[in-house]
Design a protein around this ligand. Structure first.
Ligand SMILES: Cc1cc2nc3c(=O)[nH]c(=O)nc-3n(C[C@H](O)[C@H](O)[C@H](O)COP(=O)(O)OP(=O)(O)OC[C@H]3O[C@@H](n4cnc5c(N)ncnc54)[C@H](O)[C@@H]3O)c2cc1C
Length: 364
């Protein structure tokens, strides 16, 4: 690849060893994992060592590694290169704008990864079926799921190299949680006919239990007692002198439902998942509110212009991927920067801080 014989750049998230040597030239060492390929084989997988080098070079190279002096190659490493469609041509249903009835998903759309492919397959498959049935399409949005975030990223930002879904790509991470996945997505599943009556009833029961428990936690006032204060002090949190709400105790970082069991006499018998859900909602209420304010603030600042001559490689705190993409696109403002694939909300925050420390160009 480095001789120029192969023009492809290789996948970002599985860089070859020669790629790593060039990109991370300052690193003194590199970790390898030698993994058995199965119970009934002598074959080992050399993880972290993908390569496009010629086979004889690979063998000589591996044998220079202490411990691998006598290694034999059963299957040499190889470089991969593949083509894909431009996902900018697609609707949020993953149907092509110009070719109604044709849907795309997975690597074909420019993503890489098992879950990425499966998630898109689900969206495309559901929508293809809904279309055949003459029903409304299903669109998942960014605030409702990682799948929605993935699809939105693909179709609004496009891809320049294989897209990977990472949690950091979402600006709504405090609401996109495992414990509330059912709350976010089961109603949609029900609407399109993928949730059985039995599952729907169980979901509704859980929601009801959750709502009632939220109210109980807010309304339950625990009187200051010897037992309560002993418990609080033993968990290194301050004792109380007057009545305290159960919810306020749950909010304390040192405490949780489990710990409070001995003093929470009227606790109903509910599944653990309900308590986990309620606990997270109560504990992080303040953070979620703050995140929503942060998002609003960020949107307001999207109009801030970026100077044309910036060397993004010099901005400390930006990830390498973001530096490269910003250098390439040279966005006119922070809003445009935020829509570039590979520039995360965290990078935008770094950019805003940098901007406030440097002279901002005149607003037009
Ligand atoms: C070496 C390697 C390691 C990887 N490791 C990981 C990993 O650890 N974790 C991870 O998440 N991802 C990994 N990936 C990426 C992941 O495997 C792919 O991104 C994912 O499997 C793509 O799924 P897909 O369904 O979009 O495409 P594919 O799985 O490629 O499916 C496409 C299918 O279409 C078939 N097909 C092609 N043309 C036609 C035709 N004309 N007619 C009919 N059928 C056709 C193909 O035979 C194939 O079965 C790895 C990829 C490689 C190459």
């Amino acid at each position: 690849m480095y001789s120029g014989k192969i023009e492809g750049v290789g996948p970002r998230y599985c860089p070859s060893i020669e790629d790593k040597i060039v990109r991370f030239a300052d690193k003194k060492r590199h970790q390898l994992f030698i993994e058995p390929c199965g119970l009934d084989t002598e074959e080992m997988y050399l993880q972290g060592m993908s390569s496009s080098l010629p086979e004889d070079v690979q063998l000589a190279f591996y044998r220079s590694i202490p411990g691998l002096e006598h290694v034999e190659i059963m299957r040499s490493a190889y470089a991969i290169e593949y083509d894909c469609v431009d996902p900018l041509q697609m609707e949020p249903t993953l149907e092509f704008q110009d070719i109604p009835g044709l849907y795309g998903a997975g690597q074909f759309n420019g993503s890489s990864g098992y879950e990425e492919a499966a998630a898109q397959g689900l969206v495309a498959g559901i929508n293809a079926a809904l279309k055949v049935q003459g029903r409304e399409p299903m669109v998942l949005d960014r605030a409702g799921s990682y799948i929605g975030t993935l699809v939105d990223d693909l179709i609004t930002k496009g891809v320049t190299d294989p897209y990977r879904m990472m949690t950091s790509r979402s600006e709504y991470r405090l609401v996109l949680r495992q414990d509330n996945a059912d709350e976010r997505l089961t109603p949609t599943g029900r609407e399109i006919g993928l949730i059985s009556d039995d599952r729907w009833q169980r979901f509704q029961l859980k929601q009801q239990q959750k709502a009632e428990e939220m109210i109980r936690a807010e309304k339950t006032v625990l009187a200051p007692s010897e037992a309560l204060n002993q418990l609080l002090v033993s968990h290194e949190t301050s004792p109380v002198t007057s009545g305290v709400r159960l919810a306020d105790l749950i909010r304390r970082p040192e405490l949780n439902y489990d710990i409070l069991t001995p003093v929470d006499g009227n606790r109903p018998d509910l599944p653990a998942a309900v308590f986990e859900n309620v606990e997270i909602e109560i504990k992080y209420q303040g953070y979620i509110k703050r995140q929503k304010a942060d998002i609003a603030e960020m949107r307001r600042l999207e109009e801030r212009r970026l100077p044309t001559h910036v060397d993004y490689r010099q901005i400390v705190g930006l990830r390498t991927e973001a530096q490269e993409k910003l250098e390439k696109v040279k966005p006119a403002n922070v809003g445009q920067a935020s829509r570039i694939s590979g520039v995360s909300p965290a990078d935008i925050s770094v950019l805003l801080i940098w901007l406030s420390r440097n002279r901002e160009p005149e607003k037009q």
